[in-house]
Design a protein around this ligand. Structure first.
Ligand SMILES: [Zn+2]
Length: 475
């Protein structure tokens, strides 16, 4: 994306107002909860979500939530989930709102980081630690706000349920899926808020947009394999398993999937056309035309975010081949990871890949999240975007305007995937709404030295507090 020259003048100024956001008691509480969560290792390899779920449960119990409304449960002792119910007005006919947040984090190696990823470190105006962006930051925010609202005696017009869960990033015990299958009554709701996506996009701390997720792509892995009788490498033959795979991947590299647009991405591009300037703005307008301009599509495709928003993407992520340096390979394999534009199934894309490679020596199989390789992918398609609820939209835009004056609220299609896939599949409309502001060139989810600006965190606490209160006091 292009950044106007004018923005550069902000670079040396402090990004946030000098006055800290929030009252001191809330800030202390928010700080302690965040620190506690970051310092509990919840990775799939050596960690566990159970102590984190129990710690958050204890916080809520200490704040006066009744024991019957706070539970920790899961399929095994390492994969605990916490479900807490904030009771609404007695006798309210309105069905609950469910907030989901995953407690697990991506692996992080001490050697790769400048700080210990499982130590909560404040440095140069940032909080560092695994999960400071994805997504213990929002787990801590909602727990803080639950406690704060309860202390104030706030009574919402419907129940607010919070589910903090396991295995969004990996592992075999996805908490949202497990709760829906085993304890649907505990988390059943009219709609879902998932702070795992969306949020305020800033540039050197200056707010550009409040994005919220209105739909997301479908995830799929495919295993490409080629086999060959092999032989002695001193007598090479043109037919070689490695060449087959490499040729197929070269075709994939040269052949992007076709341009597509839906109601959500159309609105996203329309809004971005008013934020971008010059060529990028003109190109965005050109792809919104009834006949999108291919040259504009090509130029915008150079931006990874725009590219991923306008089509299905597939990219090789793993390869393995051969069995000895002096033998012709008997087998070559590659994993191709696809992010599927809503409307196509995993099986559609598997068949499109096979047709694209057009090589009888290559098989294209679907590989499940659990690593199982199958001849066919699921026929399930990414969910169509749910209707934008008036109450959610209204609360989102009013609170955003109060906290970040002048900010544009824009819907987006998440190019990754979140636990909303489970709640959406269960028929519960789900929206990715987050109040944390992160610079667009400082997205460190899953990466090294993950961090969040200190004031971004406390403003995020204010955002969800105001947003939840407004959302549940309209009736
Ligand atoms: Zn996440």
């Amino acid at each position: 994306m292009s950044i106007g020259i004018a923005l550069l003048t902000f670079a040396l100024q402090p990004a946030w107002p000098a006055a800290p956001t929030g009252d001191p008691a809330t800030r202390t509480l928010a700080h302690d909860i965040f620190k506690q969560l970051i310092e509990i290792n919840t990775t799939d390899s050596v960690g566990s979500t159970t102590p984190a779920a129990q710690a958050m449960a204890q916080r809520l119990l200490d704040a006066g939530f009744p024991a019957a409304d706070v539970v920790v449960l899961g399929p095994n002792e390492r994969k605990g989930n916490m479900v807490a119910r904030y009771r609404g007005k007695r006798g309210s006919k309105r069905r609950p709102v469910l907030i989901i947040g995953h407690l697990d984090v991506v692996e992080a190696r001490r050697d790769d980081w400048s700080t210990d990823p499982f130590e909560f470190v404040e440095r140069d105006g940032f909080y560092y630690g695994r999960g400071t962006q994805d997504m213990k930051v929002s787990d801590a925010i909602v727990v803080t706000d639950f406690i704060r609202m309860r202390k104030e005696g706030f009574v919402p017009d419907r129940d607010i349920i919070l589910a903090l869960t396991a295995d969004e990033e990996g592992g075999k015990s996805n908490g949202v899926d497990w709760l829906l299958k085993n304890h649907r009554d505990l988390i059943d709701a009219e709609f879902v808020l998932n702070p795992d996506s969306g949020g305020v996009v800033t540039d050197h701390g200056n707010p550009l947009t409040m994005e919220f997720e209105a739909t997301e792509k479908l995830y799929a892995d495919y295993q490409l394999s080629a086999t060959n009788p092999g032989g002695h490498s001193s007598l090479p033959k043109p037919d070689n398993a490695i060449y087959h795979i490499v040729d197929a991947l070269a075709v994939l590299q040269r052949t992007p999937f076709p341009f597509e647009i839906n109601t959500v991405t159309r609105e996203y591009f329309t809004q971005m056309a008013t934020i971008e300037t010059g060529r990028a703005a003109a190109d965005l307008r050109a792809i919104l035309a009834p006949t999108p301009d291919p040259a504009a599509i090509l130029r915008l495709s150079a931006d990874a975010r725009y590219n991923a928003t306008m089509r299905t993407t597939c990219v090789p992520t793993l390869m393995s081949a051969g069995h000895a340096p002096n033998a012709l390979p008997q087998r070559a394999e590659a994993n191709v990871n696809c992010r599927i534009f809503p409307g196509h199934s995993q099986e559609d894309i598997r068949m499109q890949l096979a047709a694209l490679f057009d090589d009888p020596q290559i098989t294209v199989k679907y590989r499940s999240d659990a690593g199982e390789v199958m001849d066919h992918g699921s026929e399930r398609k990414a969910m169509a975007p749910p209707p934008l609820r008036e109450d959610v939209m209204h609360s989102l835009s009013t609170v955003s305007a109060a906290l970040w004056p002048g900010i544009k609220v824009i819907p987006m299609m998440m190019t990754g995937a979140s636990d909303s896939v489970y709640t959406m599949s269960a028929g519960i409309p789900s929206y990715g709404i987050c109040g944390v502001a992160i610079d667009r060139d400082d997205v460190r989810m899953h990466g090294r030295d993950e961090r969040v600006p200190v004031e971004s965190y406390y403003k995020g606490v204010e955002f969800y507090y105001e947003f939840l209160k407004q959302l549940t006091t309209q009736h």
